[in-house]
Design a protein around this ligand. Structure first.
Ligand code: ZN
Length: 397
């Protein structure tokens, strides 16, 4: 027997620039070929799009993933000799002709955060294989192309939001600075009598000035006076302005007066689960080009969300050393939280706690001209580094 089948199951997965984020976290194969059951655990929800056989004569079942971050391998069972996971691809080597006859996708249950994909493989005749292979080979090539295009589009869409770009002249990067609290919401109260809402506003104005001086940025503020602004309006503003980076400024409070230092937050896994709900409630639609095949819309949206998350983390990692050089920082300074203002599906966003107003030194630093300048200079340096990195990446693509 020389001819075996390749079954190609296309799982519309997620992309990630970070190798730390994996799609498939576990693979289990049990059974005797009638059927043999493959269970995959993944760290994100995904939509499976098609089940394809390929007539290339190799004994393989291949799962194409939009992108998977790491490599792994293991033994098989019941007609499946072994499996190997590579970025973007999961392969099962077969010792007989088989077809996937059933596929189930299960959401996380109980405390478990993993999603499961279950595939049942049955042994089939070589004739049936040949027919399926002829039918599916072209379809597969087309899907692979669509995957590549979707990944490229997602990179462009992340941070581009919905705003129309000016096509003339060197474009300025759009940065939205969000001064936390305001008006009837004073935020945290400082030990020396100040209020968070005033600290964040002054910092936002100072950051705007320093960024505008560079001539490289178009800077927008969600508020530039002492007014109250709803959380969802802050996000909506950022999206409508086409924000490429959203920075929310706050000052923290702690029960202990000794806790001090700045910290940076990006969206937490728990917070992420709110993105879809808030997006549909507030109509934060990811801009997808007309004419995109319907089946790819979900994939593109997922890719954009993951790209956005990756970029938020990249900015946070650039910001931390700058803040640390400028003043005290908290331990485990890059943290994750479900703050509402971090929920935009397509705008990279961080929340900066400039320090603790419950600490006497921090409170003084945050309300002094010198302390404020040091903090916003640090943030501006990180913004420069971030966009240098993004522009370089675009240029090399
Ligand atoms: Zn706050």
């Amino acid at each position: 027997m020389t001819k075996f089948l390749s079954i190609l199951l296309i799982i519309l997965g997620f992309t990630s620039l970070s190798p730390a984020i994996a799609d498939v976290t576990q693979v289990r194969i049990v059974g005797d070929g009638a059927p043999t059951r493959i269970t995959l655990w993944t760290d994100t929800a995904e939509s499976a799009d098609g089940l394809l056989t390929e007539g290339n004569g190799e004994r393989k079942v291949v799962l194409l993933l939009a992108q998977n971050g790491y490599s792994a391998a293991g033994e098989g069972n019941g007609g499946v000799e072994s499996w190997s996971l590579e970025p973007g691809r999961l392969e099962f080597t077969l010792d007989r002709p088989m077809a996937v006859t059933r596929m189930l996708r299960l959401p996380p249950t109980g405390k478990e955060r993993a999603y499961r994909v279950i595939l049942d493989l049955d042994t089939i005749s070589p004739t049936r294989y040949t027919v399926a292979a002829r039918r599916d080979t072209k379809k597969l090539a087309k899907l692979e192309t669509q995957f590549a295009e979707a990944r490229a589009d997602a990179k462009k869409l992340a941070g581009a939001a919905t705003a129309t770009r000016k096509a003339t002249g060197p474009r300025k990067h759009v940065i939205v600075i969000d001064a936390g609290h305001g008006g009837k919401d004073p935020g945290a109260l400082a030990v020396n009598g100040g209020k968070e809402r005033d600290i964040t506003l002054k910092a936002a104005l100072a950051l705007r000035d320093i960024l505008e001086q560079t001539g490289k940025y178009e800077v927008r503020l969600t508020r530039d006076t002492d007014v109250f602004v709803e959380h969802e309006d802050r996000v909506t503003m950022a999206r409508n302005w086409g924000a490429e980076l959203f920075i929310s400024l706050h000052a923290d409070a702690a029960g202990s007066a000794s806790v001090a230092g700045a910290s940076v937050y990006t969206i937490s896994a728990r917070g992420e689960t709110r993105i879809d709900r808030e997006s549909s409630r507030n109509d934060w639609k990811i801009a997808i080009e007309d004419g995109t095949p319907g089946q790819l819309n979900g994939l593109l949206e997922d890719l954009v969300k993951r790209e956005t998350k990756t970029r938020s983390a990249e900015f946070a990692e650039l910001l931390l050393p700058e803040l640390a050089a400028a003043g005290p920082v908290l331990r485990n300074t890059h943290r994750n939280a479900g703050y509402y203002v971090l929920l935009a599906p397509d705008v990279p966003a961080v929340l900066v706690e400039l320090g603790f107003v419950t600490n006497a030194d921090d409170a003084k630093r945050l309300q002094s001209e010198k302390g404020r300048k040091a903090a916003v200079t640090a943030i501006a340096s990180a913004i420069d580094a971030y966009f240098d990195q993004q522009d370089l990446r675009l240029a090399s693509n």
